[in-house]
Design a protein around this ligand. Structure first.
Ligand SMILES: [Ca+2]
Ligand SMILES: [Ca+2]
Ligand SMILES: [Ca+2]
Length: 291
């Protein structure tokens, strides 16, 4: 770290010392291809996956949300150099740091789950590869898989008609992910009471295997006290007649009046081989009215 820092200092000094520096427009991006613990890396754990991404000279400093990925570096550098990214290049990632971005304000009557349809980034052909999922705190092997791979989910297996290209798959081991949804923008509605929540998702799995998905919902007050929990699933092979596919399930209930934020968690339980706990179209809608 000290050595890298010294080299970076030399480079920055050289940039600042340029006679034309005042007329130039530099961007310096600092990142690393992986993190680690001790002297090792290579496990699918936050300590090995989470890396810094520092963009110096970006158009507008501030928070980047959802958290950027290493694949955002190339589009960001190209944008800075005025190169328009063409879709046919098939680049993953997006130009980041152009303007600060944050999660949208919560509203009544709209789906509050971010990237609940697994479509925000390209999906993987099911394999051991694992992508972290934007908008979710994804510390394990849960990832986005593409519909259509033999012995996984096909486009015409039971599921949503508007399924898009991708769904959530458990990956290579038991895993889970969650997202916290800040409800402060609708706090006064919630405090007045009579707000109903509707948690829905398509969940399922593969054939006779009991790999199974569960979606939990937990309501917390501003001090982090759990006020209410509910959820759907897990859906065992028997529950879906040993059919490969995903099936709509719902949990409807009352939102506690002192709720400040809500956590939606996907738990992918493994029974056999690859973890075929599947989900798509995870949605949480809050509305006025009683259950
Ligand atoms: Ca989808
Ligand atoms: Ca993952
Ligand atoms: Ca399996």
């Amino acid at each position: 770290m000290n050595q890298s820092d010294a080299w970076l200092g030399m480079m920055m000094d050289a940039i600042f010392a340029r006679t034309n520096y005042a007329e130039e427009d530099w961007m310096v991006i600092i990142s690393s291809d992986h993190a680690g613990s001790g002297y090792g890396h290579g496990s699918n754990i936050p300590e090995h996956r989470e890396v810094p991404l520092i963009i110096w000279g970006a158009d507008s400093p501030g928070t980047i949300w959802p958290a950027p990925d290493a694949v955002d570096i190339v589009p960001t550098a190209l944008h800075h150099m005025g190169v328009e990214v063409r879709p046919e290049w098939g680049l993953d990632g997006r130009a980041v740091g152009l303007e600060p971005t944050g999660p949208p304000d919560a509203e009544l009557g709209v789906n509050l789950v971010f990237n609940g349809d697994a479509e925000l980034e390209r999906g993987y052909w099911p394999s051991g590869q694992d992508a972290s999922i934007p908008g979710w705190t994804d510390n394990g092997t849960l990832t986005t898989w593409e519909y259509g791979a033999p012995t996984y989910m096909l486009m015409d297996d039971p599921g949503p008609s508007d399924r898009g290209l991708n769904y959530f798959g458990g990956g290579t081991s038991a895993s889970s992910m969650y997202q916290d949804i800040d409800l402060s923008a609708i706090q006064s509605d919630i405090q007045n009471g009579n707000i109903t929540y509707s948690l829905t998702a398509f969940i399922g799995g593969y054939s006779t295997q009991d790999d199974r998905m569960e979606v939990l919902i937990e309501f917390f007050d501003s001090s982090g006290n759990l006020l209410h929990s509910g959820g759907i699933g897990p859906l065992y092979a028997d529950d879906r007649n040993n059919t490969t596919g995903i099936f709509l399930r719902a949990d409807i209930g009352e939102v506690p009046q002192s709720t400040a934020y809500v956590r939606v968690t996907l738990n992918a339980y493994l029974s056999y081989g690859m973890n075929d706990a599947y989900a798509d179209d995870v949605s949480l809608v809050l509305e006025r009215g009683t259950v």
